[in-house]
Design a protein around this ligand. Structure first.
Ligand code: PMP
Length: 327
């Protein structure tokens, strides 16, 4: 679908996957007006296919567009485009376990020009790729590196938007994490470098206490972290399961002390790709420690199963999150 100033959205079409031709002065290449989303379609027990919360992705896409001075795509158009692509060939939505079809809607500037200003032409597209289970050999905890040198987002910046530049800026920190022997980077706030924000491409959760009295807490949305749709879903699922939940700021020292005295029993990350990933080990310039016994926690796995059960149609969709194609 194209957008042109003065004309709005036009020329929606479905076409075979093929390379794009880009002018060397395409404004996206120079000024990075580029935003995207990630969501999944899951096969249901009756063979039909449903998409998890596309309306939430569509709204986040609109917020990203506003931040990047790009036009907003109507929510219905976003959902229709995803549905149309999935409907082309339902056979390409894998079934069984956690398998899904990953959808990647995105928008970028198509105007040709070298002046720095919002472009007057954009393209919105959706591509897709079948996704197997993220952990074919069973859920495996990750190790994380607390990055004190690099920050992902500063107040007033683009941290809340799902824009391409945020990911470009994060690559060097991810490489630093790998050099430290860690799987993922954890971002701290830009101002004091002590509040936990999020992990590479996932939000974080901390489990205080254990059993039915556990309190499940995630860093609050301060404007510098991505408002994850999995994060939002888990706040509600955790409450459904009877846990107390909260959104508060947490410092690196509180994390470390909580693991040392056992008051923080589990830590996990969540996002569309892996659903939930336990965090087993933490490393920073000021030392390293284990989370619990370093394995996948009981509450972490319970929440993971509860969310996947809704997505794969094994449990009742009481929040109305599963979207029927074409509805
Ligand atoms: N934070 C970042 C930086 C991400 O890229 C993602 C993945 N979209 C998330 C968090 C998790 O968001 P969601 O649950 O919507 O996939």
């Amino acid at each position: 679908i194209q957008w042109t100033e003065g004309r709005g959205w036009h020329d929606a079409r479905l076409q075979p996957y093929a390379p794009l031709q880009l002018d060397p002065a395409n404004m996206t290449l120079h000024y990075a007006q580029s935003i995207f989303e990630g969501l999944k379609a899951y096969r249901q027990p009756d063979g039909s296919v449903k998409v998890f919360r596309p309306d939430a992705n569509a709204r986040r896409f609109q917020r990203s567009a506003r931040r990047m001075a790009m036009p907003e795509l109507p929510v219905e158009t976003f959902i229709e485009a995803c549905d149309l692509l999935v409907t082309q060939d339902k056979a390409w939505v894998p079934g069984g376990g956690e398998a899904s079809l990953y959808l990647r809607p995105f928008m970028f500037a198509t105007e040709v020009g070298l002046g720095v200003r919002p472009a007057n032409q954009y393209t919105f597209m959706v591509i897709a790729s079948p996704a197997a289970s993220y952990f074919p050999g069973g859920v495996k905890p990750v190790s994380v590196w607390l990055s004190e040198e690099y920050v992902r987002a500063a107040p007033g910046g683009t941290g809340e938007a799902k824009c391409a530049g945020n990911y470009a800026a994060s690559l060097v920190a991810q490489a630093e994490a790998a050099e430290q022997g860690c799987d993922q980077v954890v971002w701290l706030d830009a101002v004091e470098r002590r509040y936990i924000e999020e992990m590479g491409g996932m939000n974080l959760y901390f489990v205080h206490g254990s059993g039915a009295d556990a309190r499940i807490v995630t860093p609050e949305l301060t404007g510098t972290l991505l408002p994850g749709i999995t994060r939002d879903s888990l706040l509600r699922i955790a409450a459904d399961l009877g846990y107390e939940t909260g959104e508060t700021r947490i410092t690196t020292d509180e994390w470390r002390a909580g693991n040392a005295d056992g008051s923080i029993s589990e830590v996990f990350a969540c996002g569309t790709a892996a659903v939930i990933t336990p965090v087993g080990e933490v490393k920073s310039a000021r030392g390293e420690w284990k989370v619990g016994d370093g394995g996948a926690g009981e509450i972490t796995m319970r929440l993971r199963e509860a969310l996947l059960a809704i997505q794969t149609g094994q449990a009742e969709d009481k929040h109305g999150w599963m979207h029927t194609l074409g509805s």
